[in-house]
Design a protein around this ligand. Structure first.
Ligand SMILES: [Zn+2]
Length: 98
């Protein structure tokens, strides 16, 4: 499984605990020369391209973003950004002491 959001992923389109921004799909990258993806993840982005080699043979370079259909991630774990995490923490933390 892909690593993102400080290692946290969620089964569902959760929202940032501070501002409510929706989580993004947690995707994995697939790169392969001439070999289409055969797994059961959904292809959510396809940046594949084709290229002819010296003999004129057409070769496809696959570059895909795959999604398991249920996993989402927020950049900063439970928050969409580090700023959101800090803002949320500052609202709840006690006043600092000497
Ligand atoms: Zn946020």
């Amino acid at each position: 499984m892909a690593y993102a959001g400080r290692g946290m992923s969620w089964k569902g389109k959760v929202r940032c605990c501070n501002c409510g921004t929706h989580a993004k799909k947690l995707t994995e990258q697939y790169f392969a020369k001439g070999e289409p993806y055969k797994g059961n993840y959904q292809i959510v982005q396809d940046r594949s391209w084709q290229h002819r080699d010296k003999d004129g043979t057409l070769i496809t370079y696959y570059s895909l973003s795959l999604w398991d259909g249920e996993s989402y991630t927020l950049y900063a774990g439970k928050f969409c950004t580090n700023n959101c995490a800090i803002e949320w923490a500052n609202n709840l933390a006690p006043d600092p002491e000497e």
